[in-house]
Design a protein around this ligand. Structure first.
Ligand code: GLN
Length: 194
């Protein structure tokens, strides 16, 4: 299994080392031709406006959209923003996943935090997942074909949507690649087999 990691900006190196640990072959994607023999793609966290501008400059927007027609893509944090159809701001997006994302919804860098969340879709679901939020977005709207994968509990309602799945697309507003827990990466790899 060959998994590409979009390596334009952000914490792609952490994803690559996670993939190595799981025995998958991770490859850096910087040019359209790098997508040719890749089975799935991870878009890392970083700065979604920068990732969008670089994707435009390297003529990757259309090839990435075409890639997504048939192959799984997972976006973490800025990657989830880039994957979405709408952010209520003007920026380059892939527009593949029918979600509206609110950027920087939990405050500034200094307001970064970690929370234990429950994710029924993961192996050993009773064990909480340590979710790391760094200037994270929240998922404000999910389209009719989107499944909610995880909430962050709040006191008001059912909680804030922080992970979602639409067919072979996965979006997480937090950073599994910065934890020691490989269950989200394993979950994504399992989407390659469906
Ligand atoms: N705040 C960033 C953005 O809007 C995302 C931060 C992250 O990826 N950790 O793109």
């Amino acid at each position: 299994m060959k998994v590409g990691v979009l390596a334009l900006q952000g914490d792609f190196a952490e994803h690559l080392s996670f993939l190595r640990r799981l025995g998958a072959e991770g490859v850096e994607v910087r040019l359209p031709s790098h997508l040719d023999d890749v089975d799935a793609l991870i878009i890392p966290g970083g700065e979604s406006t920068t990732i969008g501008k670089l994707a435009l400059a390297f003529e990757l927007l259309k090839p990435l959209r075409t890639f997504g027609q048939t192959r799984p893509i997972w976006g973490t944090c800025a990657g989830a923003i880039f994957l979405s159809t709408d952010t209520l701001e003007r920026q380059h997006l892939l527009g593949l996943m029918d979600i509206t994302v609110e950027r920087n919804a939990f405050g500034r860098q200094a307001d970064s935090f970690e929370a234990d969340i429950h994710v029924a879709a993961l192996d050993d679901a009773k064990t909480p997942f340590p979710a790391i939020f760094i200037r994270a977005p929240l998922i404000a709207r999910v389209g009719p074909n989107v499944d909610i994968v995880a909430h962050l509990p709040n006191n008001k309602d059912n909680g804030i949507i922080i992970a979602a799945k639409q067919g072979h697309f996965l979006a997480t507003s937090f950073h599994p690649e910065l934890t020691g827990d490989d269950r989200f990466h394993r979950y994504f790899l399992s989407l390659m087999k469906t």
